[in-house]
Design a protein around this ligand. Structure first.
Ligand code: ZN
Length: 153
């Protein structure tokens, strides 16, 4: 069984080396090392030693680069936004606390861009935190009930 497998591998090596040599000019003394390299690569891909499943997933971007002044980056998928709260909940079913735990982040790791937070705070101050709300409300005309009756002569 192993013979068939290694024969298959040898075929594959020959195939790869041939197609490489056909497309690239290569010195004769480089063909040997090339075959060895291809063979090593294929062996590494083989099923003799299955690579252990990584326990810790690598974030899409380095954690320290995931927080920028104008946006924050989702470590799950690389999504950029001014705030990730909604994205985390909708796309990954995570709240900020679960997200931080999942990626071993500090408890104060921002999920909202610093400038966005500041802008929101400034905006809140500007509109007086919702005071004077009644002024902007337009009065709603009362609805008439039922069909209007036709005047009879
Ligand atoms: Zn995401």
């Amino acid at each position: 069984m192993a013979d068939a497998d290694s024969a298959h591998k040898a075929d594959l090596v020959a195939e790869i080396v041939c197609s490489y040599v056909a497309k690239n000019s290569i010195a004769v003394d480089q063909i040997g090392p090339l075959i060895a390299t291809v063979h090593r690569t294929l062996s590494a891909l083989g099923d003799s030693e299955p690579a252990p499943a990584p326990q810790v997933r690598a974030p899409v971007v380095p954690v320290r680069r995931s927080v920028q002044p104008d946006y924050v980056v989702c470590l799950e998928c690389g999504f950029r936004a001014q705030t990730l709260r909604r994205h985390l909940r909708v796309q990954h079913g995570l709240d900020p606390a679960a997200y931080r735990a999942r990626w071993n982040l500090k408890p104060d790791h921002p999920v909202t861009a610093p400038t966005y937070s500041r802008k929101r705070a400034a905006m809140a101050r500007q509109i007086g935190l919702g005071r004077n709300r009644s002024i902007t409300e337009t009065p709603v005309a009362p609805r008439r009930r039922g069909r209007p009756r036709r005047a009879t002569a």
